[in-house]
Design a protein around this ligand. Sequence first.
Ligand SMILES: [Zn+2]
Length: 385
Amino acid sequence: MADSPLPLALLCALKPRLPDMLRILRRFVTAESPSLDNAAANRCCSIIAKEWRKLGVNVERIAQKHRGDHLRVTYTADKSRPAGQLLVLGHYDTVYESGTLARMPFRISGGKAYGPGIFDMKAGIVQALFALKALQQVKLRPRKRVVFLWTSDEEIGSESSRRLIETEARRSDAVFVLEPSFGPRGLLKTARKGVGAAELFVQGRASHAGLAPEEGVNAIHELAAQLTRIELWNDARRGVSINADIVQGGTRTNVIAERARAVLDLRAVRPSDMRRVERRLRALRPVHKGAKLQVTGGFDRPPLERKICAALFARAKFLAKQMNLPLGECTAGGGSDGSFTGALGIPTLDGLGAVGDGAHSDHEYVFIHTMPARAALLAALLASS
Ligand SMILES: [Zn+2]
């Protein structure tokens, strides 16, 4: 099937649908869905569910108490016996608070569509919706059951959705993640760094800085010494980065600081480097006599390793070529839910979503003319898997 001009047929079906795609994109973006606002998120969830129901697929709403509901859409073209499962994964929550639309409304200008969460990743959900529509239109029947999972808490660590994601992934032969692609050329993300956070807490001893400095133990000096040491662990070549993103300490001038803390952002490409950074953090000992040092935390999102994606990427590239679409790849510094599925050893291809830029910023946008081709690529992947 992969040898036929299938992607082109899908692209031809999808190109005239761009106005419809934009109409639904507007609908999704104007339903604000911050991860932490359940009522708003659930309204958005209903709007997304409604569009999928129109396709005659099975739409289940998985109710959540503390977050917006998750949405599981199941499509079985060959009702008798699907030969496995494919998972299409994404999230509908955004990092923008309710009311953000007032200052960054949905708008289309100069070939770009703007709005909160449009790139990360509501346009991706629209592309998936139209990918399925196109398959139905050209009467292509994926041999496998296709499960689309739209979750509500990716932007805050996927606590309520992780088990669901992992359960569906284990049943699947491949996972396609509709997170945004990278850069104006829309690179797919074939590797992602593992991500974590650690906290260093230093307990020193307060004392008068002028009268009795020798009786104090300066927690800030101790913390600074530790951070200077930790900074040297950064290794750009191996993709290891450790950054102190928050520091706090001390009370006032004249008083030797009794306490100080730092929160570190941890990133690494290889699991072995993740473990190494964690070991080194645990092995830290105070430099200043009398100081106490406590280290907590570590990596919590596994890396997505390239070998997990390689075969899927090769196929995506092959299919894209048939639409005259050059397709590149990159390593992303951030994690996604694809990191969870990849860590289970399930072939995972990430960054299949929108082409655009400005995720998590006030100029977030997508290139609208790329949407039909990206939808066609996903449809071709589903049909040929
Ligand atoms: Zn995202």
